[in-house]
Design a protein around this ligand. Structure first.
Ligand SMILES: [Zn+2]
Ligand SMILES: [Zn+2]
Length: 333
């Protein structure tokens, strides 16, 4: 099969991805073989390609927002049946036995594995995945609009849960890429007022179109204090203005898996009055199911930019240079 692998992790300008041919993988016990239709491109793929997240095995196929169909079942796998449309997301497996798994926090499992990092992902014609960790997907939505839900959507949804936004509250969103533009719509559908701070003029325009009550530059001060905020941009400096923009008791959730260093905080300006700073780590399957149920009823408007399979490297270059409007989606089939 055709595939892309992270051959030489390093700056995107040095072409860390390599196009190659690999054998079609064999599904192991409990696993599915899935034929990939599309795979959305996530910022984490860029962090893996550039080595910000060190490789866990050599020459791994990236990609963890996969829409495809089950084509075969491994030994002892009970379903879903061949032909079923499924989504493969970032969380590939957890141990099910540790203290975190047992208390419903499987996102914190120290033995968790990830699609496209610990195992080959969706920048390929086929991949395997544990059946217990895939999501059945509706047939009536185009694959290109479903794929971004699987990481950008699910992780954004967890960040929204983690920032403790009160009903009809004021939500600040810092950075307005793939995950943010989906999350903003979920929040607005639930009655929130959304304030968007982002540097890209195209993203600012999109935020206005989607109904943000305020749109400003990346570190601008919103016109009102915020009840909650989510930092999507992987920029530690923005933690300061985001904390400063919070109202008393407000919470800032950092959504990214990678963040540059946070500068020194000033207790009075940034944290006092019971403001909270917290991280978001992956997601649980329960988050994913709840989110997919939510969006099946009210699909968000997702801006996508299609890329042919041959152009996976260009998609990552465009993402690195902020040239992608919405979500880049790789068409594999
Ligand atoms: Zn565990
Ligand atoms: Zn992702």
């Amino acid at each position: 099969m055709d595939a892309w692998v992270v051959a030489r992790p390093g700056p995107i300008a040095t072409n860390p991805l390599e196009r190659t041919r690999l054998p079609v993988p064999e599904p192991g016990p409990g696993e599915l073989l899935i034929k990939v239709e599309v795979c959305a491109v996530c910022r984490t793929d860029l962090h893996l390609a550039e080595g910000d997240l060190p490789p866990r095995r050599p020459r791994t196929v990236p990609g963890h927002e996969v829409v495809g169909r089950v084509t075969a079942l491994g030994p002892g796998t009970e379903g879903p049946a061949p032909g079923t449309r499924v989504g493969v997301a970032w969380l590939r497996s957890t141990c099910g036995e540790c203290r975190y798994c047992r208390r419903g926090a499987e996102n914190l499992c120290p033995s968790s594995t990830y699609t496209g990092w610990d195992a080959d992902g969706g920048y390929a014609e086929y991949l395997t995945a544990p059946a217990d960790y895939v999501y059945p997907l509706p047939e009536d939505l185009p694959a290109e609009k479903l794929a971004p839900l699987l990481c950008a959507g699910i992780i954004g949804y967890r960040a929204l849960l983690r920032c403790d936004l009160p009903p009809r509250g004021r939500l600040g969103i810092y950075g307005f890429g793939a995950s943010a533009h989906i999350t903003a719509q979920i929040a607005m559908a639930q009655g929130a007022s959304v304030y968007v701070m982002t540097r890209s003029p195209a993203a600012q325009e999109l935020a206005r179109e989607l109904g943000a009550v305020f749109v400003g530059g990346s570190a601008d001060t919103p016109p009102e204090p915020l009840d909650a905020a989510i930092l999507f941009a992987p920029v530690g400096e923005l933690v300061l203005p985001a904390l400063e923009a919070l109202d008393r008791g407000g919470t800032l959730a950092v959504a990214g898996i990678h963040l540059t260093d946070i500068p020194v905080l000033n207790y009075q300006r940034h944290l006092f009055q019971e403001r909270t700073l917290r991280s978001v780590t992956a997601n649980t399957r329960a988050d994913g199911r709840e989110f997919l149920r939510l969006v099946a009823a009210h699909p968000p408007r997702i801006t996508t930019t299609p890329y042919p399979f041959d152009a996976a490297d260009r998609a990552l270059q465009d993402l690195a240079a902020d040239r992608v409007n919405g979500v880049a989606v790789l068409h594999v089939e």
